[in-house]
Design a protein around this ligand. Structure first.
Ligand SMILES: NC(=O)c1ccc[n+]([C@@H]2O[C@H](COP(=O)([O-])OP(=O)(O)OC[C@H]3O[C@@H](n4cnc5c(N)ncnc54)[C@H](O)[C@@H]3O)[C@@H](O)[C@H]2O)c1
Length: 387
């Protein structure tokens, strides 16, 4: 595997990070970007970030030289012809991705594994353009790829099991935590995490609490590092809203995943959050800091409601056999830094209490959004635990 030559297509935020991870693991990495300006700036930024790692003592001078030598920027896609694995990290557009893979198949050997880092597109659908879809797989890194430990591996319907096994072993050898999931919208993390944002916005829209209070509640009672509104502002509403909309559309408009008008308007106004100076919060100079209402009863209500929705989604992900219980818990702790795995947390809170919370919401709102997972109901009836 050390002899593996890795190709990376796209040298933006994700491609640059993935290239560094592979190079640090000792691979020769060939990077191609259709935009030479983007490639040049990626090359410069990589040198700067690697030097920083050396200064912080996180990378030896020797390794720095090795990585610098190992990453080769190529001016044409044809130069990736000797790669054993190619990971694509270009624009999130299925037509453009399919064109790239179609071109790649006529360049690389039959044994070369082709992978996409897509966050929201169907792996099976991208694979369908390939003459040899058995070699195609989803390898989904998290941003920043050189720091975040989690990688989701998503075999397409057509993927050969030997390709999945090779991908798992290779990415683990890069020091990453690997989880495997079915090719379903949002995979594990981007599916399960939707309720963290959606239910928080719902309570804000209903006037139950303001954004600062909801953020305070999730940090104080849940131990989350960031509240939902802080996190959405950090991710950016351009990215976060689009993921929500895509997951909802691809799940045939399941009301549990329904996006909110509040976030859509922020997106339309280009109030993307921290990076644009305004989102749910105001980040401009001189802006007044919004203080939460530190009411424990209200805080507990907020925490119980959001956590029940998150747990319900994690349970349904297991029920639909999208991933194993261990992988669902690993994904949320390693991919989005949740304080605990949601299924382990469900055991701790008590499955009966989670079901009660959802049934109470269902009785109040009479909306399918709050329907408890069938697995949760079975488990409560049979007095079972996840662990
Ligand atoms: N940014 C994230 O947080 C994140 C996280 C996980 C996965 N992803 C996924 O990774 C992929 C890349 O995202 P990003 O944030 O790095 O995007 P980005 O915009 O930062 O970079 C994309 C790069 O691809 C290049 N490119 C576009 N079309 C190309 C083509 N046809 N051939 C070669 N190069 C081309 C662009 O010039 C650009 O440099 C997307 O599929 C995205 O969904 C993103």
């Amino acid at each position: 595997m050390e002899l593996f030559k890795v190709g990376v297509i796209g040298s933006g935020a994700m491609g640059s990070g993935i290239a560094q991870v592979a190079a640090l693991a000792g691979h020769e990495v060939h990077v191609y970007d259709a935009n030479p300006v983007a490639a040049q700036s990626a090359s410069n930024n990589m040198q700067i970030s690697l030097k920083k790692l050396v200064e912080k003592g996180k990378c030896t001078e020797e390794k720095y030289n090795l990585v610098s030598q190992n990453i080769i920027f190529q001016s044409s896609i044809e130069k990736l012809n000797t790669c054993d694995l190619i990971i694509e990290a270009i624009v999130e557009n299925i037509g453009v991705k399919q064109e790239v893979f179609s071109a790649l198949e006529s360049i690389v050997s039959d044994k070369c594994i082709l992978a996409s880092n897509t966050s929201s597109l169907s792996i099976t659908s991208i694979a369908s353009i390939c003459k040899n879809p058995e070699r195609f797989i989803g390898i989904h890194f998290f941003n920043p790829a050189n720091i975040m430990p989690l990688v989701e591996i998503i075999p397409a319907l057509q993927t050969d099991s030997s390709v999945t096994e090779t991908a798992i072993a290779l990415i683990q050898s890069w020091g990453k935590t690997v989880v495997v999931c079915k090719d379903t919208p949002g995979f594990i993390v981007n599916r399960v995490a939707r309720s963290y944002y959606g239910e928080a916005i719902r309570m804000y829209e209903e006037g139950i609490a303001d954004v600062a209070t909801i953020d305070w509640a999730m940090k104080k009672f849940g131990g989350f590092k960031m509240g939902p509104f802080e996190l959405m502002d950090f991710i950016g509403h351009d990215v976060n809203y689009k993921v929500t909309e895509t997951v909802w559309e691809q799940l045939f408009y399941d009301p549990r995943f329904k996006p909110s008008l509040t976030q859509k308007r922020l997106y339309e106004a280009k109030r993307f959050g921290k990076k644009s100076g305004m989102g749910f919060y105001d980040y401009r100079e001189g802006a007044i800091k919004v203080e939460p209402t530190e009411d424990d009863e209200l805080g507990n209500y907020i925490f119980n409601r959001i956590t029940a929705m998150l747990i319900n989604e994690a349970i349904d992900t297991l029920y639909l056999d999208i991933a194993s219980k261990e992988d669902i818990d690993l994904a949320m702790t390693k991919g989005v830094n949740y304080p605990k795995g949601l299924l382990a947390w469900a055991d701790e809170i008590g499955l009966g209490s989670v079901l009660e919370e959802l049934e109470s919401l269902m009785a109040t709102y009479e909306e399918d959004r709050y329907r408890p997972s069938v697995l949760l109901k079975h488990m409560v009836r049979e007095k079972k635990h996840f662990y």
